[in-house]
Design a protein around this ligand. Structure first.
Ligand code: UD1
Ligand code: CA
Length: 464
């Protein structure tokens, strides 16, 4: 959208969160609360965004710094009017409209903002306020209208007269103003109110006094404009956002068997015809291809998953990459920097860390593979353990193509099993195994004579 700057107020601490973390950085569906109004502004095509920071400024700036975003610092929180005034230097020479959002109003949608800015522009207003009518308006600033319905002022709860307190139409705290009017009006805002603060809503009264066009545009969706003040509000916002995220995946052709028990973060991408079973969490920046099955009770974080991957029940997958047609689980634990190549199978009770499992290789039961590089078409028998840690350092294990490792084998790293080699079951391998050889490293089986055997042999001799 042309000639539009968005200002997002995010200087407040958020005392009612009772947190060491500033309110606007509390995550909702895996993204900081502040990321949502930023994204909504970007979605309507606004390319200049100014975030007003104060409390934990450095943190807030680090968390949302990206192209097109500038920061204005409000050292002391002297009120919402003052918060907007600190952006003035950055706005030098700008002639268009200013959309003012709040960092703690994360559920606002691009559609609503689009309509709001359009109607502000169509009305050629100096200031437009987004309002909503509530059954219980307590605590909010009220929209005061005259007999013909024109907006005349906004009065805060604590400054309102008894009759003004009965007004149900409230100020959502979202505004659209012409830049030239806004900064002129802000220079006239005083602190003559119950809190002794510079109130941004006072620009309404100032505009009316100057004979400017002032309007309140009413929305009927309170959910979108609700401010988050405490942990209860945070949980409610999480719920709404989660449902929106699931809806958008379902619109894109993803089957979600039970939306009530499926949790997908905002930055996750999933392609069509993937099916997600109940009790699943998919977090961070995970991407999932098409035709996958994510069965029940899985936790998937920052994973890159190809097409037609089958993740069986109760897997924990963290920062891994699974290529097309891989299968894992049930009850597999894939840890950081693991790559499971196409067609490979990781079975139950297998833990894999910082390892590559090559194409069509299998580790089907009860193994630990850590710091290992496994080639193609290898078979890792049940109970194979890479002993990667000597108490001080981690060491690598290399298992080349077509290796067969028998069950219950310990591979003491650093060690290489060269291609085509076979390791006998129960071996403890401490030295490299050459290509195509059979390595057996266990004590030889001995069958000792027992007393009863000797007696039976003696009996046989007697009979003979
Ligand atoms: C404000 C409005 C009220 C409206 C309500 C909607 C004022 C005076 N009142 O009240 O009419 O109904 O929002 O939720 O604005 N902020 C700063 N710096 C400051 C003060 C505030 O950045 O010095 C930011 C806050 O972080 C917040 C926003 O401005 O994002 C609103 O301020 P807040 O103190 O929450 O005002 P309310 O009392 O909620
Ligand atoms: Ca508030």
């Amino acid at each position: 959208m042309d000639r539009l700057v968005t200002i997002i107020l995010a200087a407040g601490k958020g005392t009612r969160m009772k947190s060491d973390l500033v309110k606007v950085l509390h995550p909702i569906a895996g993204l900081a609360m502040l990321a949502y109004p930023i994204r909504a502004a970007q979605q309507i095509g606004c390319r200049r965004i100014i975030v007003v920071t104060g409390h934990q400024r450095a943190h807030v700036e680090a968390a949302c710094s990206q192209e097109g975003i500038m920061f204005a610092c409000q050292e002391e929180q002297l009120g919402s009017g003052h918060a907007v005034a600190v952006t003035q230097d950055l706005m030098e020479g700008f002639e268009g409209d200013v959309l003012i959002l709040c960092g703690d109003v994360p559920l606002i949608t691009a559609e609503t903002l689009n309509r709001f800015v359009q109607s502000h522009r169509e009305a050629r207003a100096a200031v437009s306020v987004l309002s909503v009518s509530l059954d219980d308006p307590f605590g909010y600033g009220r929209i005061v209208r005259d007999a013909s319905g024109n907006v005349t002022a906004i009065v805060e709860q604590r400054d309102a007269t008894n009759s003004q307190q009965k007004i149900r139409e409230i100020n959502t705290g979202l505004y659209c103003c012409s830049a030239s009017f806004l900064y002129k009006a802000l220079s006239q805002v005083g602190t003559d109110n119950d809190q002794g603060e510079y109130y941004l809503p006072d620009i309404v009264k100032i505009g009316v006094g100057e004979g400017q066009k002032v309007q309140a545009i009413e929305t009927d969706d309170f959910e979108e404009v609700r401010g988050i003040n405490d942990r209860r509000g945070l949980a409610e916002a999480e719920k709404v956002m989660r449902r929106r995220i699931l809806d958008s995946h379902m619109s894109n052709g993803v089957t979600i068997i039970d939306p009530d028990s499926t949790y997908i973060d905002a930055a996750v991408h999933i392609k069509h015809d993937t099916v997600i079973y109940p009790n699943t969490l998919i977090r961070g920046g995970s991407t999932i291809g098409s035709g996958c099955i994510i069965d029940i009770n899985c936790s998937i974080t920052n994973a890159v998953i190809g097409n037609n991957v089958h993740i069986k029940p109760s897997c924990v997958i963290d920062a891994c990459s699974l290529e097309d047609n891989a299968a894992v689980g049930p009850m597999a634990h894939l840890r950081q920097q693991t790559v499971i190549a196409g067609g490979a199978i990781i079975g139950n009770f297998v833990e894999v860390k910082n390892s590559t499992v090559g194409k069509d290789s299998k580790a089907c039961h009860l193994s630990y593979l850590g710091d290992a590089t496994i080639g193609a078409e290898a078979n890792i028998g049940a109970g194979t353990i890479t002993c990667n840690y000597d108490g001080k350092k981690k060491h690598p294990t290399v298992i080349e193509d077509n290796v067969f490792v028998g069950s219950n084998t310990a591979l003491v790293a650093p060690v290489t099993i060269a291609q085509g080699a076979v390791v006998g079951a129960g071996s403890t391998i401490t030295e490299n195994v050459p290509e195509n050889s059979l390595a057996v490293a266990r004590s030889k089986q001995v069958a000792y004579d027992t007393v009863s055997k000797k007696e039976s042999e003696a009996d046989e001799q007697k009979d003979g």
